[in-house]
Design a protein around this ligand. Sequence first.
Ligand SMILES: [Fe+2]
Length: 206
Amino acid sequence: MAPREVSQDLRARVREELPEIQEIQDLELRDRVVEAWATALARSSFNAISEIEPSGNPGVNTLRRGAQTDHIRGVTRLAIRMAEELSTLLPDLKVDRDLLIAGALCHDIGKPWEFDPENRRRWEAAPRAAGSPSIRHPAYGAHICLTVGLPEEIAHCATAHSGEGELLVRSLENTIIHHADYAFWAIAHAGDLLVPESVLQLKVRH
Ligand SMILES: [Fe+2]
């Protein structure tokens, strides 16, 4: 897919789809989150986050109803509440709220790449050429974050919210995001919100 220009329309669409962006106090960080999502979309076949299949991985843990935005927003809202509730009881817990929100909003920012139907067709046709997928969404997400100038703390949330994070030490904010992410899918599964054939019982990587 030839990259498109990052247009104002695309930026406006991202702000509309992810209203939690307004919760970020640092205006530069807020703009960079918008830029990161708009850039990820512009380099894919998708025109909106809601066009991406509502799954954890392609074909895995797929919501019966709803959109990928429900996942991103759900994880962000869960992460905020987890931090707020525990900080109230345990004042020694110092969570950087802006980094937590930006990190949660960007944790799956690599999905436009991994879920892109054009990429998937290419990988499935020749899995031994560039790999299948060539790059999972956590690694591609870190690439997007660093490309638009987001801080390493946010790139870390993209690259290590998932199973990849078992290979390193997660930051405090990313630990919350990781658990919010896995809680989202576990609760959706328990609440019968997932397409049964899409549920992986033994191993989830998100
Ligand atoms: Fe996720």
